[in-house]
Design a protein around this ligand. Structure first.
Ligand code: ATP
Ligand code: MG
Length: 560
């Protein structure tokens, strides 16, 4: 959020123009208006960065407003979760949190005004009949037989709707606009529906609830919003947004639409995310595989990386899908700068260094972060028995394999060259131990006689290692094109291998003290963080992201 980003997108250009023309008295006031029917996802982060970012750039204000017009799907848990998410992303709203339900009384008064002016009427058509009367995009609608009710009758019926005389769905209040309009949204849209339902904030006060369209613009107006930024699918709602505001004669915010964020390899609507949670496909809204803010946060993503990602993808008017790899690259770039480098072995095999004195431990210096000179060094224990990664040893290596092989030599990161002399197998023929000797002259990573080794591998002291559970993640959805196909159940595309739990990983002892806010690079394995399930006796780490885009490689392999 540098000042450079000012005017860098079409919305900021509109704002610049408005400011130059003295519109809104030089004010810039945006809002982020989530419906509290689930936790926020990375798509919402785009909208948050845009709305709060604009307020920041222009010395303006941004409201956090809950669009709580639908009593049935909303929960207080989500309200608190969303507030947390916005703050975690690094933003603060102006004043108190707002709720659409704050203006239910005012809206009711606005409806009475439109009824009195002959611009709204009570309609008795059922939902099905209303649909049939509405026509199609290429066929004009027909007027409701109740359209010409007089003002007194409408006022009386609307009042009786409010006091609970009629059952759910029996009547609606509709705006009287134009059943022949090319824009379906203007064909006498519903303003109020009868719903005898408890509301999380207004309780049982209301049994008529305003529709989204009837609420949204009026809330914007009363909050004196100047620029009401929403996603493209609301473009065709803008004429209705404008109609309500003009006919009420109240402050007119400008609605501006931008393209929503779509990401490959995941799903993003709250409805689908809720299905994943309810169906126990994931452990909860904050499962690290979820594209929710709470999920990616638990996975180890940083707020800075998400803000950078939103800045990188930019704001446009054209719908597109961003590759998940772009998000991963952004988190790698940030973690590369801040993560402490450590050694961990996920699939351990024991190496015994036969010529190293039994019981001795020496403490080797390791660099905490080569990208950050201030991060310093730390001591790591080395001894006669160490663990290395099972795949870093091969008895019958293919050509080009530069790690440990029988008779071969390899460099241990921050320690010595070791040479493999022998392999010990169990009765099933599996390797249980590799016997080596080390060259004490190679402590600096070089041999005094100038001989070279091609491979450097990571390792952990067997005597000092701490055990941990490590959770590795892969994409949630395997084929995003199919997931978007309405004929198929998107859940068929769930990746059955999206979670791999590794038990008995060996970590250098330093990691016993790790906390949830720390970020680590396990050398050669990726970036990791402590999971919230972690305890002193049972350490649990999440892999935030691998070091390279291995997924893209995998996809290429599959195609080949
Ligand atoms: P969902 O279908 O995921 O629930 P929504 O649009 O119904 O999305 P809201 O809670 O109504 O969710 O959205 C709050 C704000 O976030 C809106 O202004 C909406 O336009 C914006 N938003 C939602 N999804 C995205 C997305 N994928 N990219 C950018 N903005 C989004
Ligand atoms: Mg919604």
């Amino acid at each position: 959020m540098t000042t450079e980003s000012k005017s860098s997108d079409f919305i900021r250009q509109i704002i610049d123009r408005d400011l130059a023309n003295g519109k809104n008295g030089g004010r810039v006031h945006t809002r982020f208006p989530p419906e509290p029917n689930g936790y926020l996802h990375i798509g919402h982060a785009k909208s948050i960065c845009l709305n709060f970012g604009i307020a920041k750039d222009y010395d303006g204000k941004c409201n956090l407003r809950f669009d709580d017009t639908n009593p049935e799907t909303e929960e207080t848990e989500y309200v608190e979760g969303i507030k947390d998410d916005v703050r975690w992303l690094g933003f603060e709203w102006d004043g108190e949190v707002k709720f659409a339900s704050d203006i239910f009384d005012t809206l009711y008064g606005f409806a009475l005004k439109l009824i009195r002016e002959g611009k709204a009427y009570v309609c008795d058509l059922t939902a099905e009949e209303t649909g049939a009367y509405r026509g199609k995009w290429n066929e004009v609608g027909r007027n409701s037989p109740y359209r010409d009710r007089n003002v007194e009758e409408n006022l009386d019926l609307f009042e009786r709707m409010r006091t609970g005389e009629f059952p759910d769905g029996a009547k609606t209040l509709r705006a009287k606009i134009d059943m022949a309009s090319n824009n379906m949204n203007l064909r006498d849209p519903a303003m109020y529906r009868i719903r005898h339902a408890y509301h999380h904030r207004t309780g049982d006060k209301w049994c008529v609830y305003p529709t989204y369209d009837w609420t949204h613009g009026q809330t914007d107006s009363l909050e004196e919003i100047t620029h009401s930024i929403c996603t493209l699918e609301f473009e065709h709602h803008r004429p209705l947004y404008d109609w309500y505001i003009e006919n009420l004669g109240i402050h007119h915010p400008q609605q501006i639409e931008f393209a929503r964020l779509n990401l490959t390899s995941t799903v993003m609507s709250k409805r689908r995310l809720l299905e994943l949670v309810k169906g126990k496909y994931v452990s909860g809204w904050d499962d690290p595989r979820m594209p929710t803010i709470v999920g990616i946060r638990r996975r180890g993503y940083t707020a800075e990386a998400i803000r950078n990602f939103c800045a990188r993808i930019g704001v446009t008017k054209a719908n597109s899908t961003t590759d998940y790899a772009v998000l991963e690259q952004e988190i790698r770039e940030h973690l590369n700068k801040i993560a402490t480098r450590v050694m961990a072995v996920l699939d351990p095999i024991k190496v015994v260094i036969e010529n190293y004195p039994e019981g001795d431990i020496e403490w080797r210096d390791a660099v905490n972060n080569p990208e950050d000179p201030d991060a310093g060094t730390r001591k790591i224990p080395f001894g006669r028995e160490i663990y290395i990664e099972r795949e870093d040893f091969m008895e019958n290596p293919p050509k080009g394999y530069f790690r440990l092989v029988p008779g071969g030599e390899v460099r241990l990161r921050y320690a010595y060259f070791i040479r493999c002399n022998d392999v010990i197998k169990n009765t099933e023929g599996n390797i249980v131990e590799v016997r080596c000797t080390y060259d004490s002259e190679t402590a600096g990573g070089k041999a005094p006689d100038g001989r070279k080794v091609k491979g450097t591998i990571h390792w952990v002291s067997a005597a000092k290692a701490v055990d941990a559970e490590v959770r590795l993640y892969d994409v949630l959805i395997l084929d995003n094109e199919l997931a978007g196909n309405a004929d198929r159940d998107w859940k068929d595309e769930l990746n059955p291998n999206s979670l791999t739990v590794v038990r008995g990983a060996k970590l250098e002892p330093f990691l016993a003290e790790a906390t949830e806010k720390d970020r680590y690079q396990f050398e050669r394995l990726g970036y990791f963080c402590v999971d919230k399930d972690s305890t002193r006796d049972n350490l649990v780490f999440n892999r935030t992201v691998s070091l390279k885009d291995t997924w893209a490689k995998e996809k290429k392999k599959q195609k080949a």
